[in-house]
Design a protein around this ligand. Structure first.
Ligand code: FES
Length: 148
């Protein structure tokens, strides 16, 4: 194997390993829950955001509520113990289900992007995501779905 070929093969292997690690870490860190569906909305335990890293308690920045009675999942972002956003994961361009990645929601259909408050950051979507009111009481989040 000549030098050029060795460098090319090494770089390809290194990039593949890096990409695979990123994909796997994003998969393992996303938490999916169903929540408890009531008459007016969903209840989610705030402890669902807790995760342990090296014996230390930390908080996930978001969890995804996937309930079979809902047409789309809801991505719930945590900003602090009193402030959350609950975003309908339906792209406002043509309705594709969004993918959550860090503090952004992406649409795989045509590339629209929304931030963790549901604001459009990249088109072609030109409307913000549906954002449901969230109230916190006794460590329980209530996501008001009456606006669906
Ligand atoms: S459906 Fe999401 S960008 Fe087109």
């Amino acid at each position: 194997m000549n030098r050029r070929k060795f460098i090319k093969n090494s770089c390809t292997a290194c990039l593949s390993a890096t990409a695979l690690t990123a994909v796997l870490s994003s998969c393992t860190s996303t938490r999916y829950i169903s929540g408890t569906l009531g008459k007016d909305g969903l209840t989610v335990d705030a402890n669902e955001f807790i995760t342990k890293q090296n014996g230390k308690t930390t908080y996930r920045s978001f969890i995804i509520v996937r309930n079979e009675t809902l047409q789309y999942p809801i991505c719930v972002y945590r900003f602090n113990d009193k402030e959350y956003s609950a975003l309908w994961m339906r792209c406002t361009h043509q309705g594709t289900e969004l993918q959550a990645s860090g503090d952004y929601l992406h649409c795989t259909a045509h590339g629209s992007e929304f931030n963790n408050k549901g604001t459009v950051k990249n088109g072609p979507a030109d409307r913000n995501l549906r954002n449901f009111p969230v109230t916190v009481s006794n460590n329980q989040l209530f996501i008001d779905l009456r606006a669906i």
